[in-house]
Design a protein around this ligand. Structure first.
Ligand SMILES: Cc1cc2nc3c(=O)[nH]c(=O)nc-3n(C[C@H](O)[C@H](O)[C@H](O)COP(=O)(O)OP(=O)(O)OC[C@H]3O[C@@H](n4cnc5c(N)ncnc54)[C@H](O)[C@@H]3O)c2cc1C
Length: 442
């Protein structure tokens, strides 16, 4: 028997919108349709929204996983016209107007694809297997366990070479994720390793940040690039630019020039590619694996299927001929925009999407951050406080905001990170040739 709430939802005389993915785009979209004349079904394989910009803080023990995740059921609870179903969408069947999930079929009148991205290893299967990723909470917790396990293992080693191999942390990709992770690991060397692992010479821990381009933070202004590199080097991070990683076997990183580096931990933040679901190949742009849309977020060749956020590729804006950047503000603005268009009266013309770029920021460690806001480009403590404020205010859920603020206050006032627990040890799996590329978000 149906609960009265479920019966009331089923009885709504509105068209059904199925939303696949509750990331920045999907979550904003359902909020905009709450209380409006649509029946909304949110499908996500996880039961929570993940605030990806702070994943690196979970990976380095500054925040707990639950501080950056918010359960969908808490969000949709007060929304009578929105329901959530946990499940992975396996394919879309456009001719039947339904999606196939691991729990069965779900029918739609309108379909919104907001599935985000997965790590891009550019086809290198061995690196995909051996390197760690930072796209999901599971992966962040793996990194946290791994670096603590490496520290614990290093304590047992007398041989300097073996110890250095354990304590060499290699981050591939000098974008915001790589830079922020490198800065946080450098602070861990200065605090945790130095004070709590006294049997290990802390300078044996080395952090290498590798990028194939000629600057870190490739999409930022030259000023932000120079400042962030200076901040990283001040913290003792080895920044290697114009350097291409060609292989990694779990112990040795190989570069294009033939040189090598010994390391048991490589974290790959060098790129992402779209995570489209099967059945939409007609609109799929293979190389970035993104779904082509028009200026109304509508999938090429479809009348009732839309794509939002990182997975969408809209080249209609002359300011963004290669498509919009894969960042949270684009996802949020597209979601707001599509909801407004769907709520227009019949016959009213739809408005094309135009992205308002409000700037970028990245933090490199305590009191160190860079900000690009239009013509305003600066770095240092003010940028850092601004970074803290913007990220705190963007986190979903009042409880999470309070928790994050408390963690940060404790961390930054006491110089002590709080979470150094290996709850779920990270276990490396043996690499078998021709196994599927491990690019799925866990
Ligand atoms: C480490 C890191 C740091 C970042 N830092 C910043 C930053 O500082 N500033 C910034 O603006 N951007 C940042 N980004 C980028 C930003 O997080 C993305 O642009 C944003 O998350 C895109 O939102 P989205 O809704 O398109 O996808 P996502 O937020 O990735 O959400 C996709 C959702 O779809 C679900 N999903 C995927 N496939 C399926 C399926 N088949 N079935 C069911 N559910 C599915 C996933 O579980 C997920 O909930 C960062 C990203 C990472 C990884």
């Amino acid at each position: 028997m149906k609960t009265p709430e479920r019966a009331a939802f089923d009885a709504l005389p509105h068209p059904t919108v199925v939303v696949v993915g509750g990331g920045f785009a999907g979550l904003e979209f359902i909020k905009r349709l709450a209380g409006k004349p649509y029946k909304v079904i949110l499908l996500d394989k996880n039961n929570y929204h993940c605030f990806q910009p702070l994943l690196y803080q979970v990976a380095t023990g500054s925040l707990g996983a639950d501080n950056i995740a918010h359960p969908f059921r808490r969000t949709v609870g007060p929304m009578p016209n929105v329901i959530y179903r946990m499940g992975e969408v396996l394919r879309v069947l456009p001719e039947e107007n339904c999606v196939e999930t691991d729990h069965g079929k779900v029918a739609y009148d309108h379909l919104v694809i907001a599935t985000g991205t997965v790590t891009n290893f550019f086809g290198n299967q061995r690196i995909a297997h051996e390197a760690m990723q930072l796209k999901s909470i599971n992966q962040a917790l793996d990194i946290r366990s791994d670096f603590l396990q490496e520290f614990e293992a290093a304590v047992y080693l007398d041989d300097e070479h073996a110890q250095r191999q354990r304590l060499n942390f290699v981050i591939v990709g000098g974008g915001p994720s790589g830079v922020e992770l490198a800065g946080a690991l450098a602070e861990i060397r200065k605090t945790i390793l130095k004070h709590e692992f006294r049997e290990v010479e802390n300078q044996r821990m080395q952090i290498h940040l590798i990028d194939s381009g000629d600057a870190v933070l490739g999409n930022f202004s030259p000023k932000a690039q120079q400042l962030s590199r200076a901040f990283l080097e001040e913290l003792g991070v080895n920044v290697k630019l114009n350097t291409l990683v060609t292989d990694y076997d779990g112990k040795t990183v190989t570069f294009k020039d033939g040189s090598t580096l010994q390391s048991t931990t490589v974290i790959w933040t060098a790129g992402v590619k779209g995570a489209p679901v099967q059945g939409l190949e007609a609109a799929l742009e293979e190389r970035p694996a993104r779904l082509r849309t028009d200026a109304f977020n509508r999938l090429e060749g479809c009348t009732n299927i839309y794509a939002l956020g990182d997975v969408a590729l809209d080249r209609s804006d002359p300011k963004w001929p290669k498509g919009h950047p894969q960042v949270a503000p684009v996802a949020i603005q597209q979601a707001t925009h599509l909801a407004k268009n769907l709520l227009r009266k019949p016959g009213e013309a739809w408005v094309p999407f135009a992205y308002r770029d409000k700037g970028s920021m990245a933090t490199i460690g305590r009191y160190k951050a860079v900000v690009d806001f239009g013509k305003l480009k600066f770095g240092g403590p003010i940028a850092w406080f601004l970074w803290l404020f913007v990220h705190l205010m963007s986190i979903v859920g009042f409880r999470s905001r309070v928790m994050v603020l408390t963690h940060w206050a404790w961390k930054y006032l006491s110089w002590k990170n709080t979470i150094r627990l290996i709850i779920r040890p990270y276990v490396r799996k043996e690499y078998k040739v021709a196994e599927p590329v491990g690019e799925k978000v866990g």
